[in-house]
Design a protein around this ligand. Structure first.
Ligand SMILES: CC(C)(COP(=O)(O)OP(=O)(O)OC[C@H]1O[C@@H](n2cnc3c(N)ncnc32)[C@H](O)[C@@H]1OP(=O)(O)O)[C@@H](O)C(=O)NCCC(=O)NCCS
Length: 174
């Protein structure tokens, strides 16, 4: 298994994983599946902003998972904070792919000079919360009934990772 930057050839695999998560999980709080053009625009947008989209691929080049981050909030003051997501193909979960994708994403955010990574995770998603705790994220907040899907209210857990020890935002990136 290899983790690398995604390109347009990977879009079909990304769409399949995304749509499975839409249809069958509360990892994505959307109920409408997307097409190739939608994810191609998303990939182009991420690249335009200088943000990574990573894929995990097997020896044959099949997409096993993907991960990315983008701005957490649009205002200038949040420029050192990113929010990420990570998805592993259903039949590949539990084999270390999520950890490999998230570890690489953390390295990328750190090398871009970001200071904080934020994960917003459906509060009952134990697999994702444990994965994040293993990689050093701490639980910092819990919004009750902030969303809905499949006829239920959903709570949103916030986890964060501080990426460096800069005491002053003006300091040079170590
Ligand atoms: C959450 C997800 C990304 C984890 O990826 P993964 O490849 O299955 O996880 P890994 O095999 O890398 O596991 C890393 C750690 O996560 C935790 N973990 C993974 N699956 C778990 C499960 N089913 N139950 C509890 N903990 C789990 C474990 O702590 C594990 O470490 P360990 O193997 O040392 O015990 C994956 O299950 C997934 O894509 N789920 C659906 C989409 C989703 O929920 N994405 C996250 C949205 S915030």
């Amino acid at each position: 298994m290899l983790v690398r930057d995604a390109d347009v050839k990977d879009i079909d695999g990304i769409v399949a994983i995304y749509n499975d998560a839409v249809a069958n999980t509360t990892a994505i709080w959307n109920e409408v599946t997307v097409d190739v053009a939608n994810r191609a625009a998303w990939l182009a947008d991420r690249h335009c902003q200088g943000y990574p989209v990573l894929v995990a691929v097997d020896d044959a080049g099949a997409i096993l998972g993907y991960a990315s981050f983008g701005d957490w909030r649009a205002w200038d003051g949040y420029r050192y904070t990113v929010e990420h997501s990570v998805y592993v193909r259903r039949d590949q979960r539990g084999g270390g792919i999520g950890r490999a994708l998230l570890a690489e994403l953390i390295d990328r955010a750190r090398s871009m000079g970001k200071h904080v990574m934020v994960a917003g995770i459906e509060a009952r998603n134990e697999a994702s919360i444990r994965l994040h705790h293993k990689l050093g994220f701490e639980s910092v907040g819990h919004l009750k009934e902030a969303g809905t899907k499949f006829g239920d209210w959903l709570d949103l857990a916030f986890l964060q990772l501080k990426l460096d020890r800069r005491a002053d935002p003006g300091e040079a990136i170590p």
